[in-house]
Structures are given as structure tokens and as C-alpha cells.
Design a binder for this molecule. Sequence first.
Ligand code: HEM
Length: 162
Amino acid sequence: MTMAKMELSRTTAVVKEIWQLHPHVQLLIPHKTDTIENVAEYIVPKHTQVLINYWAIGRDPKVWDNPIAFLPERFLGCNVDYKGKDFQFIPFGAGWKTCPGLPLGVRMVHLMLASLLHYFDWELSGGLKAEEMDMRDKFGVTLQTLVPLRAIPSEARDLQCA
Ligand code: HEM
């Protein structure tokens, strides 16, 4: 495996871990049943509006080991993917209403995160330590951090144009 590929799988593992714990769209988009559905032990009548609490799935200890801990390693060497086949991990939804922007979204998030990390060293503002960060979420149509992250680029690298 090349170094670039190895580093990118680490970046992907970090992105996946973020999408497990802090998904952009925590309730997906409301869906409606066409027919009577049996879901686990429940009967869902026809034309019921259904919300999928994907945020809760990402924090369910029945689904994930130690779910609240930030452990990107759980995605290294594991086939769980965001393309809608693994129902425990559906940051873009699943089925025929899945997000049509998935390929663009995946590339944008990787590119932004990898560029920010590659070109700058970062420190938290006000001498805050990583373990003191408030990682609670603020619920809305999309999920945000309750307390915005304030990080300061302390050193820039390789910024000259080719
Ligand atoms: C990281 C980036 C993104 C994430 C995490 C995301 C997530 C989602 C989710 C969870 C849904 C609902 C799927 C469902 O209910 O089953 C959705 C729907 C949708 N997304 Fe995205 N999305 C992202 C980027 C984008 C981009 C870049 C575009 C457009 C360029 C886009 C366009 C849409 C549209 C149009 C729908 C509605 C699809 C429908 O109802 O048929 N998304 N997205």
C-alpha cells in the first residue's frame, strides 16, 4: 500500500467517525410509507410519516462498541461504508431517496479536511485542551456543534503556488 493511500484511509476513517457521532443530517429527510410495513415488532400503517433517528443509531451501544468515544480506528480495515448498504451507518440515507450529492459530498469533505490538516498546524483558542472541548451537538435541520470550534492556524506550510 502506498503512503498516500494509507494516509487517505486514515482520513476516511476520521471522516466516517465524524459521520457516525455528529452526522450532518441527524433525522435524514422525512419519508412516507406506501404500504403497511413491519419494522421489528411494530406495524407501521400505510402513509405514515417516518423519521429515522440516525443520530441515535450512531450512539447506540447495541450497534457500536463504545459509541461515544471518538475512535476512527473502528473504521480501519472494516467494510462498513456510507453508500446505504450498511443500515447502522447511513449518513447519506439509503434506498431510492438516498442523497444524490453523495459523490460530491464525500470528495468535498475529504478535500477540505485533508487540506486544512496538510497546510496548517492548529491550536485551540484560549489554551483549551482537546479533552476539555464541548462536543455536544445543537439540533436543527442540520447538526451543528453547540459551542462553535475556535481553532487558530499557528503555522502555514507549502503555501507557495507552483
Ligand atoms: C457531506 C455532505 C452531505 C451529506 C452528509 C448529505 C446527507 C443527506 C441526507 C442524509 C439526505 C436524506 C436521505 C434520506 O432521507 O434517505 C440527503 C438528501 C439530499 N441531498 Fe444530501 N448530503 C450531502 C451533500 C449533498 C450535496 C453536495 C448535494 C447536492 C449537490 C446534496 C443534495 C441532496 C438532495 C437533493 C437530497 C434530497 C433527495 C431526495 O429527497 O430525493 N447533498 N442528503
